[in-house]
Ligand binder design. Structure first.
Ligand code: NAD
Length: 272
């Protein structure tokens, strides 16, 4: 059911790679809720062509931008404003990639060039995006900006590797910009810390199935699906959450505050 929560709002949605992507679900829902937006992704991700299906279905234009390239990001906001006819009411950062995780380099054996790339792609890109928007005055008064995070920013999940450091940085950047843009233009900046989700980025983590199953059994509501993450993000883009800012908001079925569950205990009970 649609509520018209984003009627008349303009935005930028990054990170929709394929139908599994969390950003894909957010784009579909933003469209259903009345928003107009541009889609963006790294030029290399365009090769698969999937994003064009989403663009057609949502009436969006695609503006390629490598989120580690300032010139691309500058163009993204100039083009975005031109295409949509005004400043942005919402921006989604849904970008993450670690060459170390992808190539199986553990936390005690990192390749530092790749480590820099992990931090740049997955965290600094959020700063770059907001700086590009700020310099062009591309955000509307009261706009809402979101980035997707994971609880490995607060707690150790050994196979999440250097992505944990990237998420910690990402969440800090949300606070840094949230303060400044809040003062300046009542703009909100938050991160949504999502449950493990079966996507291309998610499946890149070693032992993801085990990870996914454990989190599911540790969450009273079970893992939060991507569709529900989209619902939550839409509420945060809407005018119903005007005073929520500089927060890391868990969307995780209760995982982050659960100590243990009988389902997890059962794996360790021998013959009782
Ligand atoms: N899947 C999970 O379990 C999970 C859980 C919590 C948070 N997240 C976060 O959600 C976000 C979206 O991931 P997803 O799970 O939907 O996977 P996904 O693989 O569908 O999305 C990741 C996106 O990042 C884009 N990207 C990578 N490098 C880029 C660059 N240089 N410039 C621009 N875009 C680039 C990819 O093309 C892709 O679209 C990420 O920040 C991820 O860390 C995912």
């Amino acid at each position: 059911m649609a509520y018209g929560l984003l009627k008349g709002k303009r935005g930028i949605i990054s990170g929709a790679l394929n139908e599994q992507s969390i950003a894909w679900k957010i784009a579909e829902l933003a469209h259903a809720e009345g928003a107009s937006f541009v889609l963006t992704n790294a030029p290399v991700a365009m090769r698969m062509g999937e994003i064009n299906k989403l663009a057609t279905a949502t009436g969006a234009e695609v503006v390629p931008a490598d989120a580690t390239n300032d010139a691309d990001l500058e163009k993204l906001f100039t083009e975005g404003q031109r295409i949509l006819g005004g400043r942005m009411d919402f921006v989604l950062h849904s970008i993450g990639m670690s060459p170390n995780v992808r190539k199986g380099r553990k936390y005690d054996d990192l390749n530092y060039e790749w480590y820099k790339q992990t931090l740049d792609i997955s965290a600094m890109s959020f700063h770059r995006m907001l700086q590009a928007a700020y310099k062009q005055h591309a955000l509307a008064d009261g706009a809402s900006v979101l980035a997707l995070s994971y609880i490995a920013a607060q707690r150790v999940f050994p196979d999440y590797g250097d992505m944990a450091d990237a998420k910690a940085l990402l969440e800090s950047i949300a606070r840094g910009w949230g303060y400044r843009l809040g003062k300046l233009k009542n703009v909100r900046v938050n991160t949504v810390s999502q449950s493990p989700t079966m996507t291309t980025a998610g499946a890149g983590i070693k032992g993801f199935d085990g990870f996914f199953g454990f989190a599911d059994e540790m969450s009273p509501l079970g893992n939060a699906p991507a569709e529900d993450c989209a619902n939550y993000c839409i509420s945060l883009f809407s005018d119903l959450t005007k005073y929520v800012t500089m927060q890391n908001l868990f969307h995780d079925g209760g995982f982050s505050t659960t100590g243990v569950t009988p389902e997890v205990m059962a794996h360790f009970m021998k013959g009782e």
